[in-house]
Design a protein around this ligand. Structure first.
Ligand code: FEO
Length: 178
């Protein structure tokens, strides 16, 4: 079983991870519209990862015999002034998520919920990566912001990100030839 306090916080975290999915999916649409298909691809991979994050908490709650309660998602941004603003938002959002994972860890310790430790350790490590990746692109984009050539080079670099194997978010997985 799982204590109510930690269960409620994990249900909140499912919502935050699904909101992350939604934010990055919105950025996929935005970047495609800007003709930045590499950035759109990177965000598509990221959106899929966020869905996986939500499902990790979803399954953890179920595996411990407790109840998943899905919550409303808030309306998120649908456009940005510049690609740089979108990446800065992504970095700020990841810092917000890190704060939520830290808080979950704090609650689990206060409640002596040692069973949550492995999943929360995984997320604490994951957030290092999440912040590092988004901060790096935001920083590099800030350096080349006035250069169309620089933005296109970065866009091509970001197109190289690889989907989780078998991802249904990978267009090549469902755009099968007739
Ligand atoms: Fe699920 Fe990007 O943190």
């Amino acid at each position: 079983m799982i204590e109510k306090k930690i269960r409620d916080a994990m249900n909140d975290q499912i919502k935050h991870e699904l909101e992350s999915f939604y934010i990055y999916l919105s950025m996929v649409a935005y970047f495609h519209k800007q003709g930045l298909d590499g950035m759109a691809h990177w965000m598509r991979c990221q959106a899929h990862e966020e869905m996986i994050h939500a499902m990790k908490f979803f399954d953890h709650i179920i595996d411990r015999g407790s109840t998943v309660i899905l919550q409303d998602l808030k309306q998120i941004k649908t456009t940005w002034k510049t690609p740089l603003e979108a990446w800065q938002d992504a970095y700020e959002h990841e810092k917000f998520i890190t704060g939520k994972i830290n808080n979950l860890t704090k609650i689990s310790r206060e409640e002596n919920d040692y069973t949550s430790e492995p999943i929360l350790s995984w997320f604490l490590n994951e957030q290092i990566e999440e912040e590092k990746n988004t901060e790096k692109v935001a920083r590099e984009l800030a350096l080349v912001e006035k250069s169309k050539q620089g933005i296109l080079m970065l866009d091509r670099e970001l197109a190289a990100r690889v989907f989780v194997a078998g991802s249904s978010f990978d267009p090549t997985a469902y755009n099968v030839a007739p």
